[in-house]
Ligand binder design. Sequence first.
Ligand code: ZN
Ligand code: ZN
Length: 412
Amino acid sequence: MNNFEKKLDNYAMLAVRTGVNIQQGQTLVVNAPLEAAPLVRKIAQKAYEAGAKHVYVEWNDEELTYIKYKHAPEEAFSEYPMWRAQGMEQMAQEGAAFLSIYAPNPDLLKDVDPKRIATFMKTSSEALRNYRSALMADRNCWSLISTPTPAWAKKVFPDLPEQEAIDKLWDVIFDVTRVSTEDPVQAWNEHNEKLAHIVDYLNNKQYKQLIYEAPGTNLTIDLVENHVWHGGAAVSEDGVRFNPNIPTEEVFTMPHKDGVNGTVRNTKPLNYGGNLIDGFTLTFKDGKVVDFTAEQGYDTLKHLLETDEGARRLGEVALVPHRSPISESNLIFYNTLFDENAACHLALGKAYPTNIQDGAALAKEELDARGVNDSLVHEDFMIGSAELNIDGVTNDGKREPIFRNGNWAIEW
Ligand code: ZN
Ligand code: ZN
């Protein structure tokens, strides 16, 4: 096996063991682009070796997606194949693990009518609502990894020939996912432990509010009472440890859906549904976006915010130091899995019920009463930079530094 094959092998193993942590007799469902076939075959082999009963692969092809958007009739975008939605839901109920290989072409749909895209994104979110809710509540083990595709690699490294761009992107992915280390699974255990320390510190603090200051940003975010910070490994309903994101550098918790005020400016482009949104600001009042601007992708942002009531409110607040391995690569990935782990971010839309004590057991009305946001969407956007300062406000009103110049100002 050459060096690349060895690393690809380790990456597949990491996805199966540390990512979804496949269990004896379990079914693994993989969502993957066609370009990922060599990786998917390795993943399937590792999964069977780890005891998987079935490995099902849902292939997707962006060229086909594009052809459909260009040529299908309007009404096609308000229909979703329910057999597929029900199939995913059924496999979730039966305890399958879900691995997604996420590598969209950031420019795929730039000449497609944003309204078509918005319609279909809403249609699919509605159809997949139960399936996605199960994953967001950690009922099943799930994980998100990535793979270079020609279109994506060329977007990250526009000056390199295609094959060089792909090779280079692989190198970066192997680095930031710790696959280049001697023992990636062990490296992840150590990384998870480090994140757990930060999580413990913040959970003990129980800040009632976070105050953000940076160029273009002046924002206060109330955290829900009894919020829970998470980071690194998660634990499924059946008590299995898994890693939802590979890579991951964030710790995150729940903002109060009615408690966000001020303006925030993004610091990295957001790839939403095949289009880029950049140079944008959101102004909040009592939790709701009341005004917004965007230098690029204004219509796409507008459609996102108009998805439903919850799409105009926050569902996640995440802290990532500017001095993180992904950030230090100094690249813009145009892929949220990487960009969100290189910068502090917020998410519009649905909150993770695990970010509030006993959240997974609460009924919809109770969640609402406690300030938990609900929406068809959950969309991270990046606001971190070397100029970001964040303070925490304690329950007795004391203001303490959490971030200074983009990095942790606390010790744990
Ligand atoms: Zn996040
Ligand atoms: Zn998120």
